[in-house]
Design a binder for this molecule. Sequence first.
Ligand SMILES: Cc1cc2nc3c(=O)[nH]c(=O)nc-3n(C[C@H](O)[C@H](O)[C@H](O)COP(=O)(O)OP(=O)(O)OC[C@H]3O[C@@H](n4cnc5c(N)ncnc54)[C@H](O)[C@@H]3O)c2cc1C
Length: 353
Amino acid sequence: MIVGLSNSIHIAGGGPAGLTAAIQLKKAGFDPVIFEKECKVGAGRHGDYEGLDNWIFSRKVPAFFKQSGFNFNDVTTYPISRFFVHTLFGKPITIQNNHPFFYLVKRGSGINDLDYQLYRQCKEIGVRFELGKKGPETSHIIATGSRKAAAYIRGINFKTKLKNQVHLLLGSQFAPKGYAYLIIINGKGTLATAFKKRIKCSINFLEDTREYFNSIGISVPNEITFGSRGSFSLPFGKMHQPYKIGEAGGFQDYLFGFGIRMSMMSGQAAALSIIGKKNDSQKIVKELNQKRRLSFVNRIMYEQLSDKRMAGLAVKLSENSNPLSVLAAAYAWNFKNILRWINLGYRYEVRPT
Ligand SMILES: Cc1cc2nc3c(=O)[nH]c(=O)nc-3n(C[C@H](O)[C@H](O)[C@H](O)COP(=O)(O)OP(=O)(O)OC[C@H]3O[C@@H](n4cnc5c(N)ncnc54)[C@H](O)[C@@H]3O)c2cc1C
């Protein structure tokens, strides 16, 4: 245990990062208290779908949840082993794999939503919550989510009778330096476009994306829209008090914005450090930092792609018998990728958290 801390640990923020830190601390005999500014955990989200990726880290999602302190079987997820990629060139492409590329989860405070389900598991083992209250300035752990925007996301949540399907739409017309996606699961759809900061006219990208899908027969009504932002940064230092975890600490994949797993891992790292298992904590931080470095490199390379080259790569991926392994290779800390980091890593802005 850290000198100066009693058994009571104050955590500001009840997202995946804070909840993971709390469940780990509680299981180790501490008394974590989560301060969540909203009246319910997950209330700040829109009930939209997000994906738990199965390629950035070697541990697959179910094993990952167990290691994070949660029961994966109690979480409502939708494994996705097939999706369609649309580009500005040629017909849509199918990309499929034997194992899921990702598990979709719904974010929010409803009973089928990830945030609620992690909250419930924390409550079950006695984690204390102060809902509707901001974390005190003296909080030991800061897990308050994104601060500085590096990317913007605009989307629509809607109801539909269409069958389950997942689409990725690439091209500067729809999501410059980013990507647009359409997810339909059990009558509920999310259409969104994610693009880099400094690119204006956001509302048109979403409308163009909606029109594209309407034009190919996938009707997306103009329903409730949402907007959000992502923040990434490279503070590669050690975990120390106050621990900044999750997006508050810049723990997010820079390429496509996957942040749930990184947030949960950083929560685990903070908890392990407080518990006194410093080496285990540092091991996690080291892995997170390697993945973050490579995600920076992957983004630099992604931004250099023309629409045509991007379309060509999508075709190549669809022709590969194991596309999941191709994605995983882009995040392997090996000689080739370390060289890329050495050559390109300096190019990204470092955002102090
Ligand atoms: C539209 C969108 C799509 C995304 N898609 C994906 C995806 O497909 N896959 C993926 O892995 N990631 C995705 N991400 C990123 C992912 O959602 C985040 O990385 C992740 O939620 C970060 O978890 P967190 O716990 O750090 O922060 P959050 O989930 O943002 O939780 C922070 C919590 O802190 C609370 N809070 C804020 N300030 C205070 C305060 N002062 N005191 C107390 N409480 C406070 C907030 O209300 C919130 O509940 C997406 C993000 C967005 C916006």
